[in-house]
Design a binder for this molecule. Structure first.
Ligand SMILES: [Zn+2]
Length: 75
C-alpha cells in the first residue's frame, strides 16, 4: 500500500501546477473534472483508482463451500 504522505501529489493541475495531496481531494476533483482555480486540466497520479476491496460474495462462497457442493453428510 502506497502512502500519499510523500512529496508526490494525488492530483495536479496541468495549467497552474497546483497540487492536491489527499485522496479525498482527488476524489472531489475527479468529480469536478477541472481545476477549481483555473479550470485547467487535472492530472491524477493514480488514474485508475484501485478497485475497492471486493466484498465477500456470500452466495459464491456458499455455493463453493464443500458442504454445499458435496451435500451435508447425514447419517
Ligand atoms: Zn489550475
Amino acid at each position: 500500500m502506497r502512502l500519499l504522505m510523500s512529496d508526490d501529489f494525488a492530483v495536479r493541475c496541468t495549467s497552474c501546477e497546483f497540487t492536491w495531496n489527499t485522496a479525498a481531494m482527488a476524489d472531489g476533483l475527479r468529480v469536478l473534472g477541472a481545476c477549481p482555480k483555473c479550470k485547467g486540466a487535472l492530472e491524477f497520479r493514480d488514474d485508475a483508482p484501485p478497485p475497492a476491496p471486493a466484498a465477500p460474495a456470500r452466495d459464491a462462497d456458499a455455493s463453493a463451500a464443500p458442504h454445499m457442493v458435496l451435500g451435508l453428510p447425514r447419517i
